[in-house]
Design a protein around this ligand. Structure first.
Ligand code: HDD
Length: 686
């Protein structure tokens, strides 16, 4: 092999020099200039180690070899102990100003005030390389770089949690993680230890209903709700306090996958959600959420309509306390470097700004310890706040010094207060500093929960009562699947006794699926319902960032395809042509072949005129899966013949067949996609 030579025509090095880069987020990269060592010495060759003769052993003195391999050997940092699998994006939060009377937090106070944010979405249980579409809770962590310091809202896509006291967190996670002996299964709760734990801790029941519902398999991070989960305390400029629960409402609507789709995606495209988010941002279909708060009176007992606001396994139904919009989040920029930004970002529920406090919820109290602590081992010491992604945008003037990976060059001689040697600086701010609202705390030192935490079932029943028939069927299927994957009969039987306390029909359906007798229970008769909990769509919503796959051949109606593309692009949706070969068909670029395609990628599938005689079984599978998953299906001209070959009836709900490409059909497709699924087809057997 020829020795690598520096390209004589190579440009001069670009980017800042080490000195220029200090204090900026930029660093040299492989975009130009000459290759150097970490110390800036130019290199003539990086493909051959220094040897004693061409066939001899390596020489210890090869500093370039040793530096290159040593750095490589240490490229990984420990993955997050939970939420290891995730992806993130930059964006902006615009305040509506409507929270100004409730909180003095500057980033919420003023109308149109913009605050930069970084958001990281995640699953909980899986390792860093695990699949995105597994059934799990999703993390929804937002870092607001406010003028008054960084505020982290570290939430999930479900408004409750499994446990009431953070001391159990290691237990619930140990139970959910793979079995310690064989380390399987990866990234899922469908195994004995998880169901053993949750059936022994009945406080998990409400959260289980959420996790087994369609919320456990979101269609996209863009179509998930987010929740701060705990009750927070807002402090107004005049010192008045209000209790508050944070909600993120996706502008694209709340949508999920169906279970078979999620399973196929976990194999066919494990990066499904990561890709979806990055593609949407790159295509300008910026994901958006409205931030809202439920405002609740800060009473002595911290109860609202009998609901203990300190219990993280309880919601306050929106019908009792409406979610009031206070701002909008837009994600508009993908990270430049996954490791530097998404992997190194460090969230902490204790990153708070004046005007927002935590409450005595024992779960968040425990979290206040855990997040800072975990970063010490994950990011290698106490200076992780200096990493570019973690740097506050507010000026930092702390007295923290030295330590591993210190990158600041602090001036001054007196890192303590009060001091006289540095002029008594920095000053403490009595006016605008973070002050905790003085509150009386008293009680015996005990390891106990209040009795108001004792009801573990009523809100689980409320959740069940609020679901539509399709959602109930999905829920029962999910419980049956997960318990069906358990080996221990005693675990399944115990879990059925828990479900019997939620709802008799749910328990009976799951028991029948498991082939076990259904125990009886006494579910709350007065649990009520909260229609806001159902995510079934009744009115067409936006289809921004959605994808349609069109099956075509060399003889296909290209004009019809072009018109469809144009209509979809007007709505912010995209079209991909699928054919038997790559390359192009006329002007159309073939983006998927029958070899590389799978139905899960698309929100709707179309068959163009001219593709009616395609006989590839993978094309038929594509249509059959789209049908089973209740997606909109369109065919025009002889395209309808392919539907017939796939066993799909032309008059089935959500199936739109026409003699020729028509404006009416295109409009109907956009409407059908806006409804997300043709549930009238459920359960679809094609
Ligand atoms: Fe946690 C990470 C959300 C309870 C301890 N948690 C983590 C992340 C999210 C949540 C979204 C990932 C952040 C990121 O993207 O980097 N956690 C929650 C929610 C909870 C919750 C919504 C309950 C309402 N967590 C919880 C408890 C404890 C922890 C009770 C411990 C007592 N969580 C951690 C952690 C992690 C974490 C070990 C792992 C990585 C990290 O913090 O930075 O500290």
């Amino acid at each position: 092999m020829a020795k690598q030579k520096p390209d004589q025509a190579a440009p001069e090095p670009v980017g800042p020099s080490g000195a220029e880069a200090a204090g900026t987020t930029e660093w040299r990269s492989q975009t130009g200039g000459y290759l150097t060592t970490a110390q800036g010495t130019r290199l003539p060759d990086t493909d051959h180690s220094l040897k004693a003769g061409p066939r001899g052993p390596l020489l210890m003195e090869d500093f370039h070899f040793r530096e290159k391999i040593t750095h490589f050997d240490h490229e990984r940092i420990p993955e997050r102990v939970v939420h290891a699998r995730g992806t993130g994006a930059h964006g902006v939060f615009r305040s509506y100003g409507t929270a100004a009377t409730a909180t003095r937090a500057g980033f919420l106070a003023q109308k149109d005030k913009e605050t930069p944010v970084f958001v990281r979405f995640s699953t909980v249980l899986g390792s860093r390389g695990s699949a995105d579409t597994v059934r799990d809770v999703r993390g929804f962590a937002v870092k607001f770089y406010t003028d008054e310091g960084t505020f982290d809202l570290v939430g999930n896509n479900m408004p409750v949690f499994f446990i009431q006291d953070g001391i159990k967190f290691p237990d619930v996670i140990h139970a959910g993680k793979p079995h310690p002996d064989r380390e399987i299964p990866q990234a899922q709760s469908a195994h004995d230890t998880f169901w053993d734990f949750v059936s022994l801790h009945t406080e998990t029941t409400h959260m289980l209903m959420w996790a087994m519902s369609d919320r456990g398999i979101p269609r996209s991070y863009r179509t998930m709700e987010g929740f701060g989960v705990h009750t927070f305390r807002l402090v107004a400029p005049n010192g008045d306090t209000t209790l508050a629960k944070f909600h993120w409402k996706p502008v694209a609507g709340i949508h999920s996958l169906v279970w078979e789709e999620a399973q196929i995606a976990a194999g066919a495209d494990p990066d499904f959600h990561r890709r979806d988010l990055a593609d949407a941002i790159e295509n300008g279909a910026f994901p958006e959420w409205e931030l809202g708060v439920q405002l609740l009176p800060d009473t002595e007992d911290q109860l609202f309509e009998g609901i203990d606001l300190l219990d993280p396994t309880k919601i306050v139904p929106e019908e009792l306390a409406p979610v009031q919009p206070i701002g909008r989040l837009t994600l508009d920029r993908n990270p430049t470097n996954f490791f530097a930004e998404t992997e190194q970002i460090a969230f902490h529920v204790g990153h708070l700004v004046p005007g927002i406090e935590i409450t005595d919820d024992p779960l968040i109290q425990a979290r206040m310890f855990s997040y800072l602590d975990t970063q010490l081992s994950r990011l290698g010491g106490p200076n992780f706040g200096q990493l570019p992604i973690n740097r506050p945008h507010a000026p930092v003037n702390d007295l923290l010094r030295d330590g591993m990976h210190q990158t600041a060059v602090h001036t001054g001689v007196a890192p303590y207060l009060p001091n006289s040697l540095d002029g008594g600086e920095p000053a403490v701010d009595h006016e605008n500093g973070y002050v905790n609202v003085p509150r009386m705390v008293e009680g015996a030192k005990v390891r106990e929960n209040p009795v108001s935490f004792d009801d573990h079932y009523t809100q689980a029943t409320l959740f069940w009562n609020s679901m539509t028939p399709v959602e109930r069927a999905h829920l029962a299927d999910a419980f049956t699947f997960e318990l069906g994957k358990c080996y221990e009969q005693a675990v399944k039987e115990r879990m059925l006794t828990r479900l019997a306390e939620v709802d008799a029909e749910l328990c009976a359906t799951v028991a029948a699926g498991l082939g076990l007798p259904a125990p009886s229970g006494s579910p709350a008769a007065d649990a009520g319902a909260s229609p806001a909990l159902s995510q079934l769509v009744t009115e067409p919503g936006p289809i921004l960032g959605r994808l349609v796959g069109v099956i075509a051949t060399d003889d296909a109606d290209l004009t019809g395809i072009a018109k469809l593309r144009k209509e979809l692009e007007k709505e912010g949706a995209l079209l991909k042509v699928i054919a038997s070969h790559g390359g192009t068909i006329g002007e159309e670029i073939v983006e998927r072949t029958f070899l590389t395609v799978r139905s899960i990628e698309f929100d709707a599938v179309a068959v163009a005129d001219g593709a009616g005689s395609v006989s590839d079984p993978r094309a038929l599978l594509l249509l059959q899966e789209a049908y089973r998953h209740c997606k909109a299906i369109v065919a025009w001209g002889d395209g309808g013949d392919l539907l017939t070959a796939a066993g799909i009836a032309a008059d089935a709900p959500g199936v739109l067949v026409d003699d020729k490409a028509s404006a009416a059909q295109r409009k109907a497709l956009i409407e059908a996609m806006g409804l997300h699924r043709a549930w009238d087809r459920f359960p679809a057997q094609a």
